[in-house]
Design a protein around this ligand. Structure first.
Ligand code: ATP
Length: 540
């Protein structure tokens, strides 16, 4: 756990240091849940969106029937008629359970608090445990009857503070053995089990105290996540409007427009990428849970009888898309929702989850939403949402399959996956630690960097010419300052797949060196072949 926390801190720090992601309005102390993308981050995020748009809208694959999928795009307004949110159910039901600490006044999502249990153990074992289960078997543990609340993903320090309060001892220290967590208080030892364990009925008495300060918590209440605003000059209830909490409703509201103004027929999809806003109770894990974020959503309209087949198609296609862009399949998981977990209108739903350093969490949800949304809009708007099939002469309200992903979460996952540390020789040949972002070529913010070895002998001019030739076709970067080894290192941290260096030999035989980010191997090729070399290897 400590290693993963450490890894996340390194990624956040690299993101800031190299201009991927900054805290929003940082000069004023920032604002919780809002982030800005810097020069490298904006390129990375744009590449994620471009790859999605290309693969979904411009050049969709064949569907389960072997025919090319029909898909069109939309770009809808963020503020819509408030009736949309009444029809969609967001006004009445888009809320999270919240508790507030009466002492420190912190608001917390009640479903993000984890019960931790304390058990006495005779000694803290020396050996490393691979898994908590092994630890539990080997430790002769007895529940003490103690329990306390921590926030999901709490740091070691936060768990320690909560435990100190619970046991009333300032000396309590956390000791990690593999994945098992122990606490030591003088010569007393405790085993800590996270999560609520119903096998231990004596611990059912949940200690609902604030995990941060130990204060009393209010009872749970529902908190609506939509941001409110006013449209026009009057700030009264007639002018109340909302910033959209999802892009999907703009698609449903335009479904008839699209049918009437294009030649598209069911089955077809409408795709949109755009901002969404949620007043999250606890924004956290860097950009993972923000208050302003971008979604990339598809609403795919099909005949109700075909919906199961299209659901499976989209679920599997979307899962594969993340693997195709570099996420390791071992770190990805498809979590099919149990019946009890499904929204009342949904027939099936699966989350695509990625193993972030802070735990496995949702990247994208794929759901069979039946005809719920179109039926609701038909009811609330009075407009006919049925579809007439000219071939079968059948009239019906299409079912909708919705793959709904987060651009920021995908970008963060690609950043986490790309992060690696290894060793590279410095100018004197001594091995030094190297940080490198091994981005998929399609996503790398810069594809090629071009350097003159030194700023003389015509090298900058030659390097500039190569840079200009490349920049017309792909994201290129020119740098002539500092030792060339350091310039390589900076590009490794930016995730640039290739660095091209013009040196003394270039004038003699017209060749340059090309260094590969991952292997660090250098090859000499003719200067005029650089663009073709890079494109061929990156398949772009
Ligand atoms: P969660 O359970 O994590 O709050 P959700 O199931 O409510 O997510 P959806 O309503 O299905 O999320 O939204 C679709 C996608 O939008 C999510 O899979 C995620 O990628 C993205 N998303 C949702 N909320 C946020 C957020 N607060 N910050 C960043 N991305 C988000």
């Amino acid at each position: 756990m400590a290693d993963e926390q450490d890894l996340m801190e390194k990624i956040v720090s690299l993101a800031k240091r190299r201009g991927f992601i900054y805290p929003s309005s940082e000069i004023y102390g920032g604002i919780n849940g809002f982030w800005d993308y810097g020069p490298l981050g904006v390129e990375l995020k744009r590449n994620v969106k471009d790859a999605w748009w290309h693969d979904i809208v411009r050049c969709p694959a064949a569907g389960p029937d072997g025919r090319p999928i029909q898909m069109v795009g939309l770009d809808c307004s963020i503020i819509m008629n408030p009736k949309v949110w009444e029809a969609s159910g967001h006004l009445s039901g888009f809320s999270d359970p919240m508790v507030t600490c009466k002492e420190c006044k912190r608001h917390m999502r009640a479903d993000h608090l984890t019960m931790s249990l304390v058990c006495t153990v005779s000694a803290i074992p020396d050996q490393d445990f691979a898994a908590e289960d092994d630890a539990l078997e080997e430790v002769d543990n007895e529940p003490t009857g103690e329990g306390f609340l921590v926030a999901d993903g709490a740091t070691i320090e936060e768990i320690q503070a909560a435990l100190r309060r619970r046991l009333g001892s300032k000396r309590v220290k956390i000791v990690l053995r593999g994945q098992a967590m122990f606490a030591q208080d003088g010569n007393k030892n405790y085993f800590l089990e996270s999560g609520y364990n119903t096998d231990w009925p004596e611990l059912a008495n949940l200690d609902s105290r604030c995990p941060h300060c130990g204060g009393e918590l209010t009872p749970k209440r529902q908190f609506n996540l939509m941001f409110k605003t006013y449209v026009g000059a009057m700030e009264d209830s007639s002018a109340l409007a909302y910033l959209r909490p999802e892009t999907a409703q703009g698609i449903f509201a335009n479904y008839k427009n699209v049918l009437d103004t294009t030649r598209i027929k069911v089955p077809f999809g409408i795709a949109q990428i755009g901002k969404a806003f949620r007043n999250e109770i606890n924004p956290r894990y860097f950009t993972f849970r923000s208050r302003e974020f971008e979604q990339m959503e598809i609403e795919f309209f099909c005949h109700p009888k075909e919906a199961d087949r299209w659901y499976e198609y989209w679920r599997d296609a979307r899962f594969k898309w993340y693997i195709d862009h570099g996420l390791k399949s071992s770190k990805l998981r498809l979590r099919n929702h149990e019946k009890e977990e499904l929204a009342h209108y949904a027939r099936a739903c699966a989350d695509i989850e990625y193993e972030f350093p802070f735990g496995a969490s949702e990247l994208e949800g794929v759901a069979n939403r039946t005809d719920f949304d179109l039926t609701q809009h038909q009811k609330f708007s009075g407009r006919d949402m049925t579809y007439f099939d000219d071939d079968t002469k059948e009239r019906f309200i299409p079912y909708v399959i919705e793959p709904s992903g987060g651009v920021d979460r995908a970008t963060l996952a690609f950043l986490c996956e790309a992060y690696a540390e290894d060793e590279a020789p410095d100018e004197k040949g001594a091995m030094q630690k190297r940080t490198v972002l091994r981005f998929h070529p399609r996503l790398a913010p810069v594809k090629v960097a071009v350097f003159p070895l030194v700023r003389k002998d015509g090298m900058p001019e030659k390097a500039q010419a190569i840079y200009q030739a490349c920049a017309k076709h792909l994201a290129a970067f020119y740098d002539e300052k500092g030792a060339v080894g350091r310039r390589y290192r900076r590009q490794d941290e930016a995730g640039t797949p290739f660095c091209v260096t013009v040196d003394g030999q270039t004038r003699e035989d017209g060749t340059v060196t090309v260094r590969d980010r991952d292997t660090m191997q250098q090859v000499r090729i003719p200067a005029e072949g650089v663009l073709a070399y890079v494109r061929e290897r990156l398949h772009i």
